[in-house]
Design a protein around this ligand. Structure first.
Ligand SMILES: *Cc1c(COP(=O)(O)O)cnc(C)c1O
Length: 397
């Protein structure tokens, strides 16, 4: 049997992540192996580590864990949650809701704060929940809910929890690099991102920032619970990296070449400038969608993510047909909705390499043209003009 895998189709992926990646990353990943127990590799890792600390705005080392970002998120619960611990979980979307199960899996007594998946949790809701559960040990939430394109107020939530001594676990897989994250200043405890979203590299790693408070707590939890200390989920083996530049396992060397190339781009452009580029791409996409006469999925501008935009599927349009047409005719891949949102929204990712006006205009053009072909005419010219105007105004400022 032959399989119809077409490696260069689509030509451009602007999905919910991974998206198409920087050409420099593609090139770097073809580099020959360096052994991970050599000075050359250690120096490469130190340089990656410095860049990651700059990106997360922390003086601490960010752990370069092998395994997709879900692993880093489960690590947080493995190391911070003991049976019976009260854990507040903000369920503002698909990933947030799902994390309740992870917390329960490690014995957490979960207090779930659920809001509709087209909005964000407010700081008032967080304060009220913390007031009602003064014994809470942990609060977990998703910074940028990629499946519905909403964003939670990370700074306010983390500052509030820090003051009250509640440990925060933040899924910022599609946040870091696209939205502001200040790990030290905001008193965040564990923050996880992946190379494949706003950093414009490939999936397969978890980049995990851990506060001093979280390290201390992890030592206690592992000792108290008797959990296996050499588990891939255990943070403690990573102390060897923090304290003496020794990575505990065989790292994904090609992924690290790619990550370094992506971080080189972020460092030379500047973290603030990269975040501003994501913000502009997001605002241009939203302006374009609205001017075409279409509806955004998220309820309020203030709750919308920088890395991805969700568009409500117009009545009478089958989103699988729409996305199939975009793939086949225009070589441009976008995402549908997950779970309850399947068929109700589509998502355009503007992250890393695709957080650019050129890519956004391409996506809007293909999206509007495909909708028109399916019998839902849109004002394409107005859409493209509105998107370009956002960028022009941003450039003037
Ligand atoms: C992509 C994503 C994940 C999962 O990352 P993987 O690397 O696929 O495991 C988790 N949370 C959010 C918010 C994401 O966008």
């Amino acid at each position: 049997m032959t399989y119809a895998f077409r490696p260069h189709v689509p030509e451009l992926t602007m999905a919910s992540g991974p998206c198409s990646i920087y050409p420099q990353v593609l090139a770097a990943m073809g580099t020959q192996m360096v052994h991970h127990r050599t000075d050359d590799f250690v120096n490469l890792m130190r340089s990656v580590s410095d860049d990651l600390s700059t990106l997360f705005r922390t003086t601490r080392r960010v752990l370069p864990v092998e395994g997709e970002s879900i692993l880093g998120l489960e690590m947080a619960a493995y190391n911070l949650v003991e049976p019976g611990d009260v854990c507040i979980n903000l369920a503002s979307g698909y990933y947030g809701a799902g994390y309740a199960k992870v917390l329960r899996g490690y014995g957490g007594d979960v207090v779930n704060v659920a809001v509709p998946y087209n909005t964000s949790v407010t700081i008032e809701q967080v304060r009220a929940t913390l007031d009602a559960h003064p014994d809470a040990k942990v609060l977990a939430f998703v910074h940028s809910e990629t499946p519905s394109a909403s964003e939670n107020p990370m700074e306010a939530i983390c500052r509030e929890c820090h003051t009250r001594g509640v440990l925060t676990i933040v899924d910022s897989v599609s946040g870091v690099g696209g939205s502001d994250v200040r790990f030290d200043e905001w008193g965040v405890d564990v923050c996880v991102t992946g190379p494949q979203k706003c950093l414009g590299s490939t999936p397969g790693m978890s980049l995990v920032a851990v506060s001093d408070r979280a390290w201390e707590h992890a030592h206690r939890v592992i000792a108290d619970t008797g959990r296996y200390e050499r588990s891939y989920l255990c943070l403690l083996p990573w102390r060897s990296w923090v304290e003496r530049d020794y990575v505990p396992y065989t790292p994904p060397i090609s992924s690290i070449y790619g990550l370094k190339a992506a971080l080189d781009i972020v460092m030379s452009e500047g973290v603030d400038a990269v975040i501003a580029r994501h913000e502009t791409a997001a605002r241009a996409t939203r302006a374009g969608i609205r001017a075409m006469g279409l509806d955004l999925w998220v309820d309020d501008e203030a709750n919308m993510a920088n890395s991805v935009t969700a568009v409500t599927v117009p009545d009478g349009i089958d989103d699988t047909v729409l996305r199939g047409l975009m793939d086949d005719r225009y070589g441009l891949h976008i995402s549908g909705g997950l779970g309850e949102e399947a068929g109700r929204l589509v998502r355009i990712g503007h992250m890393g390499y695709t957080a650019s006006l050129q890519k956004v205009l391409t996506a809007l053009g293909a999206f509007g043209s495909a909708l028109a072909e399916l019998g839902h005419p849109v004002d394409l010219t107005a859409g493209l003009e509105a998107a370009a105007n956002v960028a022009a105004k941003t450039a003037v400022q």
